[in-house]
Design a protein around this ligand. Structure first.
Ligand code: SF4
Length: 432
């Protein structure tokens, strides 16, 4: 049996794409092995969001060939889509596929095995493309599955390479999403995370379809206990969606709304489609209807032109909006995007200092948020593997709190109700 190994860099959408490729190889009888093992085929699903993503992709590619010089090494995804020439220059690469065509990866690999030449299957992205259907059969972690329902983005934020790497907006057919979720629920998955590059635009390219309509169709699926949304633009959270979160028990009280900056000047330079007031109003509207909701965010520090005063506005806004968690990114120049050529690039030491300050604030905010729930009873979806440090079972509440539970192994994978206590900054769930 031929052995194939996968490596995934980057976001949730990429992880889904890898699972969809794995499904094709499993069906054809290949054995999937860990990337650190000897394999006949290595497939690297790359990321190009930051410069580091591209250089890491190159490093992993070389590592695969060193492990087995006779192996076929395929580099797929965003990096070759944006810069196929640069990937083709890597001597260790045998096959290159972009973000389009991954549903044919098995066919491409089999062609490459029979070819002495390096093969390039990167295809141009055109307007009005259809969503490329490539279902998954399984997911490495068996309680929660990420489902890709949307691809591409038309927003063109000035720092972001994604619209160039993944093309314009396209939505997956409602029937295909439903079939996939039904199949996963039948296999025991209790939670699905709906994800996409621009999730809130789901359905914008179809007649009579939007995210709320899709969620309403998914809610009655037997065996499915939770639906979670991955990152969504605040401007795309409709009144109907907020109401659905307030009313439907299965829809998680958690929204990840990327803020990126608390300065109007920087938001404009970023080409973000809102100003600070819009964002504040949106958060207030959501909390008025779902008071305990977890609102998490992304912030970029050190964007070109970000002064100390701009940064301070971001700091104060984060504090005011009381996010329950945040990912803080230091701006990294991405060639091919407008912001890469902006003047007033911020020095790396300043970015580091600002990032540290926001990470400190994030930790405080996260702790404050979790303290609201002490002594409350909440449901936790326990993961299959216990926490490797404590040996305790662990899982998430619907509002994205990580809880540790001292329970027996048979509870793994189950949704259990616990009473929350805090110990050394951690939430401990007791089953009594
Ligand atoms: S909305 Fe902006 S940051 Fe998000 S994928 Fe589109 S261009 Fe990139």
């Amino acid at each position: 049996m031929k052995r194939v190994a996968f490596y995934t860099l980057g976001c949730k959408v990429n992880r889904y794409d890898t699972e969809a490729m794995i499904a094709q190889f499993e069906e054809a009888g290949y054995q999937i092995v860990d990337f650190e093992q000897q394999a006949a085929i290595y497939i690297i699903n790359t990321c190009t969001v930051t410069k580091q993503g591209a250089s890491k992709s190159r490093k992993i590619t070389r590592r695969a060939k060193r492990r087995n010089p006779d192996a076929l090494v395929a580099v797929v995804g965003c990096y070759p889509q944006v810069d196929p020439e640069q990937v083709l220059e890597i001597a260790e690469v045998d096959l290159v596929v972009g973000t389009k065509g991954r549903s044919k990866i098995l066919e491409f690999v089999e062609q490459a095995i029979n070819s002495k030449d390096q093969l390039n299957f990167v295809q141009e992205m055109n307007e009005g493309e259809d969503f490329e259907e490539a279902p998954i059969q399984n997911f490495t972690e068996r309680t929660r599955a990420t489902i890709k329902i949307q691809e591409g983005c038309n927003q063109f934020c000035s720092y972001c390479i994604i619209p160039y790497a993944r093309g314009s907006l396209r939505s997956r057919e409602l029937e295909d999403v439903m079939a996939e979720v039904e199949r996963l629920a039948k296999h025991g998955f209790k939670e699905v995370v709906l994800t996409g590059i621009h999730l809130g635009e789901y359905g914008a390219d179809k007649e009579n379809l939007d995210l709320v309509k899709l969620i309403k169709e998914l809610l009655p699926i037997t065996g499915l206990e939770r639906i979670r949304l991955s990152s969504i633009e605040g401007t795309e959270v409709s009144q109907e969606l907020i109401q659905l979160i307030a009313e439907a028990d299965k829809l998680c009280r958690h929204l990840h709304l990327p803020l990126q900056s608390g300065s109007d000047k920087i938001l404009t330079a970023m080409n973000r489609p809102y100003q600070v007031t819009d964002f504040k109003e949106m958060v207030a509207r959501i909390r008025a209807q779902v008071p305990e909701i977890a609102i998490t965010t992304d912030v970029i520090v050190g964007f070109p032109g970000e002064s100390e005063a701009d940064f301070e506005e971001t700091y104060q806004l984060m504090k005011k909006l009381k996010f329950s968690d945040a990912h803080i990114f230091k701006y990294s120049k991405r060639e091919g995007t407008p912001a890469a050529s902006f003047e007033e690039q911020v020095h790396s030491k300043v970015k580091k200092k600002r990032s540290k300050k926001l990470r400190g604030l994030t930790a405080e905010l996260a702790l404050n948020y979790q303290q609201q729930f002490i002594d409350q009873r909440l449901k936790v979806l326990l993961e299959e593997s216990p926490d490797y440090k404590t040996g305790l079972l662990t899982g998430l509440t619907d509002n994205y709190l990580r809880v540790f539970v001292d329970g027996t192994d048979d509870l793994a994978g189950q949704l259990v109700e616990v009473k929350l206590k805090e110990k050394e900054g951690r939430l401990i769930g007791s089953l009594e």
